[in-house]
Design a protein around this ligand. Structure first.
Ligand code: PLP
Length: 412
């Protein structure tokens, strides 16, 4: 038997799984069929509130829509946050349906000319990833007679310790070197573009409170140094994010209140060169990850060489991360459950596998579960971020998953 991660506390005490207070079979009927992702927006709302309580009004909150770009979710979260971060023209179009361009930023390497032009025309802030990208943005802006809004994404000279995905302290396609950032600010100003500040993103999925606090302090110090070098004060310092959620056994929730307190102190004591700057944190996973459950139905059950295989109608083509093939080095089990037997003790050790013809398609590896029969629904938790759109849905031609956003606090 191999352990699983913790089932999110939002489901504590249930004997049969309900999401947002609603029975799973009723939700599946509403979604149309299995496999389906169900997202409970009240969980997202509570995370936003937790952030606001911890960070106060000084620190803005941006939602990185790459984590979950479902239009209904973007529309619901947009009024609660101060900005949306996008990574492509496709995401930009979705963000524009929900928010003013003024509050949208566009990060990511390899932006094509057409994407830069769209962002410049719309008035979206482009987080510049290189000098070459800056040159193209200037030329496009001149060509179409629009002033580009440009922030400098900096490849920080430190990493977010303990993060699942490090995006700093190393050679990187993201951002310009810290040593070259001030010079790029100089170019932006001399070109007459609208300089919107710095974007400094050091990593993703960290559960280490001290590391996050340390990274915030290092990010503020870097922004100060760059502002001094550039002789100009950034209007916004985007401090990145990287707040993780507990996916695996022994993972613990981060302490947002203590991270917020530390950052608030640091911001209050900030140097003169940042005295007029605003600050923001850009989060995806922590805001939406725990809101989602992937529901998939058992279609077969068999025994091979003494091991039980529970075979479901979904798999890694919808929920790649749970199979251990998205950003993890060692495969470990996400929390999963037999939906109708959530409160029951485990009675057998099984492999929960998807319907794809690859041994990689394993949602639960030797997990202890109550007996699951054909027709039962298996719930894979923590499916709100990097689920459907971070999975190879077209692989092998199975149907796409359904998606359903519910909001128990808003009966309408
Ligand atoms: C620029 C940028 N912003 C935000 C995020 C979201 O990170 P997370 O979902 O871990 O909060 C990422 C993730 O890779 C990113 O690259």
């Amino acid at each position: 038997m191999k352990p699983m991660g913790p089932i999110p506390p939002d489901f504590a005490g249930q004997t049969s799984l309900a999401i947002g207070g609603r029975d799973v079979e009723a939700l599946i009927a509403k979604a149309g069929d299995t496999p389906a992702f169900v997202y409970d927006f009240s969980v997202v709302r509570s995370r936003v509130q937790r952030f606001r309580d911890a960070f106060g009004p000084e620190i803005g909150l941006h939602y990185a829509i790459k984590a979950n770009p479902l239009p209904a979710l973007i529309a619901a979260i947009a009024p609660l946050v101060d900005g949306l971060d996008v990574a492509s023209a496709g995401e930009l179009a979705k963000a524009r349906d929900a928010m003013d361009a003024d509050h949208i930023s566009f990060a990511g390497p390899g932006k094509r000319d057409a994407e830069l032009e769209l962002a410049i025309r719309e008035g979206v802030t482009i987080n510049l990833e290189s000098d070459g990208e800056a040159s193209r943005a200037f030329a496009i802006g001149h060509g179409i007679g629009f002033t580009p809004r440009l922030a400098v994404r900096v490849n920080p000279d430190f990493e977010l310790r303990g993060s699942g995905m490090k995006m700093g302290g190393r050679a990187s396609p993201f951002g310009v070197e810290a040593s070259q950032a001030a010079a790029l600010v100089g170019r932006i100003l001399s070109e007459g573009a609208d300089w919107r500040g710095f974007h400094i993103f050091a990593g993703s999925q960290s559960l280490d409170n001290d590391a996050i606090i340390e990274t915030h302090a290092a990010t503020l110090a870097l922004a100060e140094r760059l502002a001094d070098e550039a002789g100009a004060s950034p209007s916004l310092v985007n401090l990145g994010g990287g707040f993780g959620i507990p996916y695996f056994v022994n993972d613990l929730q981060i302490d947002v209140a203590c991270i917020g307190e530390a950052l608030s102190h640091a911001v209050i004591r900030r140097p003169d060169s940042l005295s007029d700057s605003r600050f923001a944190i850009e989060l995806g996973r922590w805001l939406v990850g725990e809101s989602g459950v992937y529901l998939t139905r058992v279609v077969d059950r068999k025994i091979s060489q003494g091991e039980v295989f529970v075979i479901v109608d979904g798999g890694l083509h919808h929920q790649l991360a749970a199979s251990g093939n998205f950003g993890t080095v060692v495969r470990r089990n996400y929390p999963i459950a037999v939906a109708s037997k959530l409160g029951e003790s485990a009675s057998e050790t099984v492999n929960v596998v998807g319907c794809l013809c690859t041994p990689l398609d394993r949602l639960g590896d030797k997990v202890a579960l109550p007996h699951a029969e054909v027709g039962d629904v298996i719930a894979v938790f923590l499916a709100g971020a990097y689920g459907r759109t971070a999975s190879p849905e077209a692989f092998l031609g199975h149907p796409p998953s359904r998606e359903l956003l519910i909001d128990p606090d808003d009966p309408a």
